[in-house]
Design a protein around this ligand. Structure first.
Ligand SMILES: [Zn+2]
Ligand SMILES: [Zn+2]
Length: 146
């Protein structure tokens, strides 16, 4: 896993950007929550530290992190967007369209597909944080049982 060695604060500062106290609180919340989180979950966490930070500020900060390519965004086929730190490592998701079950799988699974697309089409595929929809094991078993 190629981790981003420094925190988000250090990362921004190293790019010569100003980290306001409000942004710092939001970064800390994102790092504390880990995994895939919604803007609302980040907002809730931020509110515990500083109730004056608005949801709009959380959204603006998330947009900035997306632009800087430090976080991922995915919606898992739901209405809400989920965010994850890039240092989580390259991975993808299996999303059950029946029960909403989500499981991560490693990016290496796409290695042979990328190689073939390159060989056959000279195409460099960007398989970055995909969600694959289908039926999970549990739902399949339920379906098979009637
Ligand atoms: Zn993910
Ligand atoms: Zn399911």
């Amino acid at each position: 896993m190629d981790r981003i060695s420094s925190s988000l604060i250090e990362e921004l500062q190293s790019r010569g950007m100003r980290v306001t106290p409000q942004r710092a609180i939001i970064f800390e919340a994102i790092e504390k929550l880990e995994g895939h989180i919604t803007a609302e979950e980040i907002f809730e966490q931020v509110q515990k530290v500083n109730p004056y930070v608005s949801l709009a500020t959380v959204y603006r900060t998330l947009e900035l992190l997306l632009e800087l390519n430090l976080i991922n965004q995915t919606n898992f086929g739901r209405s809400q967007a989920y965010f994850a730190l890039k240092d989580h490592g390259p991975h993808h998701h299996l999303v059950c369209s029946e029960c909403g079950y989500i499981e991560e799988f490693a990016d290496t699974i796409f290695e042979p597909i990328r190689t073939e697309l390159d060989k056959q089409y000279g195409f460099q595929a960007q398989t970055d944080h995909l969600s694959i929809f289908g039926l999970c094991r549990g739902c399949r078993e339920k379906g098979a049982g009637g």
